[in-house]
Design a protein around this ligand. Structure first.
Ligand code: GLA
Length: 381
């Protein structure tokens, strides 16, 4: 049975009858540009072929009934006054409803069943996928005039203000704007974006380290604070505006930790711009070197890696046919991303599955990903 058939069956069992439509939004992996989005910088993520789907049907009242097949839990709320839910997952849907209404969009109630094959809590943005799937369901059911860019920014706001996580905009932007077979170069200040084709002879391999990200929220906010401190030391609006020369003039006056954070962001922005050009030229070897340099910077200057992630990345980098590997996402555990020559993928997976457990006692989970389209109606696969 296809995923849509499965989800339709769950919907019918719960609500009776058929859904009007199934909306979907993908998770993401970031190829280059980590901790740059909230510094008004550049990122190069791609949407992945794993998504969250919502089978939904409009109701005649203003109530929203949602069922999560993943958690086997229900949530019910009224659109007249959207409050926080007991189930964390439900807050992503409630938050989107709340923000859309604050922006003046007229929502109708809906019955909805949700399914996901985006691994949770590993840094592949299942939260952004759920937000965009919910926004897409509301858009299609209620006929909202909601362009993909605006949908992404409103979903980010839902996460910032309703869920209470101070994330940047990258995850929502790529879940909304992703394009099949392409990464997306995004300028997180002006929000200009450009698809960058991914060469066919390489694969993107994501590996879950099986290390859960315990300190993530507090450490993430701490890093944001350090970046803001760095920008104000250099008297620039955001780290995006600091060149290596400006940084050189101020670095000795800054606390060393702040200086290290700044150096990562300044060099990472340049790596993203260089990386997009390299991919456009088909120079996968140069792109791989930039991925390796990004990892070193995240380890040594931004300090968001862990010993296990460093081990996993070293194993990958040492494997024949791996052009580059790095931590992806916020860090402190989660996933790595590697660029691997297509014909070397089996040997690469074998090395990861044998050497990583031997070194750490952890069992990795690998996903050979391809770049998918952003949020849309779900086709039947
Ligand atoms: C998380 C956040 C993003 C971004 C990355 C780090 O995924 O949600 O906005 O800051 O961390 O690059």
């Amino acid at each position: 049975m296809s995923r849509n058939d499965d989800l339709t069956t769950s919907f019918t069992r719960l609500f009776g009858g058929m859904p009007d439509l199934i909306a979907r939004a993908p998770g993401r992996v970031n190829l280059l540009g980590e901790h740059t989005d909230y510094n008004d910088g550049f990122v190069l993520p791609m949407a992945i072929n794993m998504d969250i789907r919502i089978a939904t049907r409009m109701r005649s009242d203003r109530r929203v009934y949602i069922y999560s097949t993943e958690f086997d839990q229900r949530d019910v709320f009224g659109l007249a006054k959207v409050e926080r839910a007991n189930h964390t997952w439900a807050n992503y849907v409630r938050g989107v409803a709340e923000v859309l209404q604050c922006e003046g969009y007229a929502l109708r109630g809906m019955d909805a069943a949700i399914s996901s094959n985006v691994p949770r809590g590993t840094g592949l943005s299942s939260s952004a996928a759920l937000e965009l799937a919910a926004a897409t369901a509301f858009r299609l059911l209620c006929g909202l005039d909601l362009a993909p860019l605006r949908a992404a920014l409103l979903c980010q706001r839902a996460e910032n203000e309703f869920v209470g996580v101070r994330c940047g905009a990258m995850d929502q932007l790529i879940s909304s704007l992703g394009q099949a077979d392409h990464a997306l170069l995004i300028d997180c200040r002006g929000l200009e974006h450009r698809p960058v084709p991914l060469p066919a002879d390489v694969c993107i391999v994501v590996v879950d380290s099986a290390m859960r990200r315990d300190l993530l929220a507090s450490a993430y906010n701490e890093r944001r604070g350090e970046c803001e401190a760095g920008a104000s030391f250099m008297d620039v609006p955001a780290l995006r505006d600091a060149s290596a020369e400006v940084f050189g003039a101020y670095r000795n006056a800054m606390p060393t930790t702040v200086a290290r954070r700044c150096w990562h962001v300044i060099t990472e922005n340049q790596r993203v711009l260089d990386g997009a050009v390299a991919l456009e030229r088909g120079d996968v070897a140069a792109f791989g070197r930039l991925m390796n340099a990004s990892h070193a910077s995240l380890r040594d200057f931004f300090e968001v890696t862990t010993p296990e992630i460093d081990t996993l990345v070293s194993i990958q980098q040492a494997t024949h046919g791996c052009l580059g590997a790095r931590l992806t996402g916020a860090g402190f555990g989660g996933c790595t991303v590697a660029l691997v020559q297509r014909d070397a993928v089996p040997a690469f997976l074998e090395a990861v599955h044998t050497r990583y457990p031997a070194a750490t006692g952890k069992i990795p989970q690998a996903y050979v990903c391809h770049a998918a389209d952003g949020a849309s109606v779900a086709s039947d696969t």
